[in-house]
Write a new protein. Structure first.
Length: 519
């Protein structure tokens, strides 16, 4: 039987500098979404990578006195290491300087040209190198320092050259129809409204080539020009799916189920990208989801303020699953969020060390001491037992519904509500008191707790994969019995199965002089 496919992407990042926590955040969240669908039995393809062309890359290389190829290779390697360090389960890491990508970008260009949507003309206008985007004069303002800036604050410079244009204006109606007929195409809903009103206000044709520098994919048939970096960048999503070889098995993943992006690049993904695809006759992605921005103690991260957080340092300091858990649980996905040392410590100590960690530690040590280190005997289940077991089962349905609309925090909250409830169950049943009065009942209570932990462990895998694995190992759950499909009666723990010696799963974060006040 062929499994349902699920294709999910992150943006590809500019390797003009080192990765920061904002990049790591996007990858962590996308990884949780990808892992969720894998555990749910889908044939998942998860893509991330680096966007290596464009003027910004060229200018950074010139400033650093290195070749742009070397700059791209050096920083792309750091992004790749960062992606590994945050536990990303991406299936590919694409670089836009790869040969296969040049082929795909030239192929989509040719399809758009064949469709009559590309023409050459003179371009005059304002360009922001930082955004790699053109702005209408009416969108720019001149500051007190005499510098003209675009709405997000980066300087723009006057640009005048002969370029190729894409007939974006011809797609206005089809784009509006897309947002109307497929309301899920853009999430969250407020982003869809912004995009729709932008498109309604009128679309101009888009300049899609540059001839003043060489660092890009050559325009087919005119190598005086390189493609505008966004034409090439967006195409990465189909390159990795095998384009233009659409009879290749890899093409089964296209169209993508969701492009996860930050809110800064919504216009590129929901206006330009679908218009390019419509022009080239390629199916559109099913959804684009824009998350919010992270702020350091409420302040915007910026190199000049000096509060850009290095993801490697954060993981080193707090632990990988602690960092993943914090960002996924604390920040409602789609909204802006803030982080600080205290918030990370409070959240992870309360939920991971106290709630989940203590429950696992207390119940598993009791089992080791009182049940011969084996899964306890399951006697007849009382109502309290079935209630908590059912809750753990129902959390799966809640998580499924939430994850398909990228409400990661809602899914995770549902799992941790079960943990809180299981703590109340454990305290209320007092298995330590039953040890003498009713040992059979004690075994059933410990069995139920262990089975709830098995379900919670399976459900936690997308978010805190390392710790979930540790927990499932402590419960002797076989590696091939950890899918969501195993959260059933049939998958329940078998009484008498030997268990390994219990170990703590989540260390508590303790303030130490030498650890400092953190990152
Ligand atoms: O835009 N908070 O690359 P980029 C949260 N190459 N997320 C943040 C963030 C923050 N403070 N800062 C950055 C590009 N991000 C293009 C994309 S895609 C075909 C081409 C994340 O290196 C967020 O996902 O500037 C944002 O969209 C992305 O990094 C921008 O990365």
């Amino acid at each position: 039987m062929t499994r349902e496919t699920f294709y999910i992407t992150t943006p590809i990042f500019y390797p003009n500098g080192k990765p920061h926590i904002g990049h790591a955040y996007t990858v962590i969240a996308t990884d949780a979404l990808a892992r969720f669908q894998r555990h749910d039995g889908k044939d998942v393809f998860f893509l991330t990578g680096t966007d290596e062309h464009g003027l910004k890359m060229q200018q950074t290389a010139d400033k650093e006195g290195v070749s742009v190829q070397d700059l791209a290779a050096r920083n792309s390697a750091i992004f790749r290491t960062m992606v590994g360090a945050i536990g990303s389960s991406n299936d590919q890491f694409i670089r836009t300087t790869e040969e296969r990508h040049k082929r795909a970008a030239q192929a989509i260009w040719e399809r758009m040209a064949d469709n009559g949507d590309i023409y050459i003309d003179r371009y005059t206008g304002w360009y922001s190198v930082r955004q790699e985007a053109y702005f209408d004069e009416s969108e720019t303002t001149v500051g007190e320092d005499g510098v003209r800036r675009e709405p997000l604050g980066s300087p723009v410079e006057w640009n005048e050259e002969e370029t190729y244009f894409f007939r974006l204006s011809a797609y206005q109606d089809r784009l509006l129809e897309l947002y109307e007929k497929q309301p899920d195409f853009i999430g969250p809903a407020e982003r869809r409204n912004e995009v729709a009103s932008f498109v309604k206000s009128g679309l101009k044709d888009l300049s899609i080539s540059r001839s003043t520098f060489k660092w890009g994919v050559p325009v087919p048939g005119d190598d005086k020009h390189v493609m505008y970096v966004w034409v090439d960048a967006l195409t990465n999503y189909i390159t990795a799916a095998g384009y233009p070889d659409t009879d290749n098995a890899q093409w089964r993943y296209w169209p993508a189920d969701v492009h996860v992006i930050g809110k800064d690049i919504v216009r590129f993904h929901t206006v330009y990208w679908p218009a390019f695809l419509m022009s080239a006759g390629i199916p559109l992605p099913k959804r684009v989801y824009a998350h919010g921005f992270l702020f350091n103690r409420g302040e915007k991260m910026s190199k000049s303020v000096g509060n850009v957080v290095d993801p490697f340092a954060l993981i080193e300091h707090y632990g990988l699953d602690q960092v993943r858990y914090f960002f996924l649980r604390e920040v409602p996905f789609g909204q802006d969020g803030s982080y600080s040392h205290d918030a990370i410590v409070n959240r992870t100590n309360a939920d991971l060390a106290n709630d989940l960690g203590n429950l696992a530690q207390r119940s598993l040590s009791m089992i080791a001491k009182n049940c011969g280190g084996k899964v306890p005997e399951r006697g007849e289940l009382a109502e309290a037992d079935t209630v908590i077991l059912d809750r753990a089962q129902k959390a799966l349905a809640t998580a499924r519904e939430a994850m398909i609309r990228q409400a990661i925090h809602t899914a995770l909250a549902a799992v941790f509500e079960v943990v809180a409830e299981a703590n109340r169950y454990f305290a209320g049943q007092e298995p330590w008191a039953l040890r003498k009065s009713d040992p059979a009942r004690m075994e059933t209570v410990l069995y139920t707790t262990a089975e709830v932990l098995r379900r919670v462990g399976i459900l936690c895998q997308p978010y805190i994969p390392g710790s979930a694995e540790k927990l499932l190992d402590l419960l002797a759950v076989p590696a091939d019995k950890r899918g969501f499909a195993d959260i059933t009666e049939a998958g329940m723990l078998q009484s008498g199965t030997p268990l390994p010696a219990p170990q703590p799963v989540f260390p508590r974060y303790v303030e130490a002089e030498d650890k400092g006040q953190g990152v």
